[in-house]
Design a protein around this ligand. Structure first.
Ligand SMILES: C[S@@+](CC[C@H](N)C(=O)[O-])C[C@H]1O[C@@H](n2cnc3c(N)ncnc32)[C@H](O)[C@@H]1O
Length: 201
């Protein structure tokens, strides 16, 4: 059995269709956010661990310049096919997100997070914070829909809002991290939406 740090783990799950995280649509809290008076202005956005790309397609439809990154080949192949079918401008690249700083330092206005931070090994969370910081421009924002469940055994690694703050508060200003009210049924009461601005010296 591969570990979650290994692309084969995810690739196998995409191929076997044992991909229960895939909700086959953009996350409703992102839809609501983009329709709200506090919607972020369009800019360049990186979608980390984008899977089949539904959130990326949503932001592209709202005039964002989107690149979705995932290290599972099948996820990227499917995301590209969905983008082509809907004539979306979203781009998708097969990359390990931890390699992005070398290619995209200070490049993005936003980083979009949705069930990627909970999918990496907890030992890699600090590296995730650093990679997000690195690829964001000064004043760039992380918009994150965090899976804040406490069930042992996953999916993959739960976390509390306090733990999220603990990881991000040194390198990001935390504007909001609030419980979500319009999660899909299976995630009701288990998601928080965060908006953090990177702090760069
Ligand atoms: C739980 S899935 C969520 C996918 C997508 N965000 C969604 O909500 O459908 C986690 C995704 O992160 C990807 N992933 C995990 N670690 C990664 C890494 N180091 N680099 C790139 N992608 C990664 C996996 O391949 C998988 O597609």
């Amino acid at each position: 059995m591969h570990s979650v740090a290994n692309p084969e783990y995810w690739e196998q799950r995409y191929q076997e269709k044992s991909d229960r995280w895939d909700i086959k649509q953009a996350a409703p809290p992102f839809v609501t956010l983009l329709q709200s008076t506090t919607a972020p202005s369009p800019g360049r956005i990186a979608v980390l661990g984008c899977g089949r790309g539904y959130d990326a397609l949503l932001f592209a439809a709202h005039q964002f310049e989107v690149i979705g990154f995932d290290f599972a080949e099948s996820a990227i192949t499917d995301a590209i096919a969905l983008a082509e079918a809907s004539q979306s401008s979203a781009k998708f690249l097969q990359r390990d997100i931890f390699d992005l700083p070398a290619e995209y330092e200070n490049y993005f206005d936003y980083v979009l997070e949705h069930t990627c931070f909970c999918a990496i090994e907890p030992a890699q969370r600090q590296d995730y914070v650093q990679l997000a910081k690195s690829i964001l421009k000064p004043q760039g924002q992380l918009i994150g829909l965090f899976f804040t469940h406490n069930r042992p055994g996953g999916p993959p690694f739960g976390m509390t809002p306090e733990e999220i703050c603990h990881y991000f508060e040194t390198d990001f200003q935390i504007h909001s991290l609030i419980p979500v009210t319009n999660s899909i049924r299976d995630r009701q009461g288990e998601e928080h939406l965060g908006r953090f601005t990177v702090v760069k010296n």
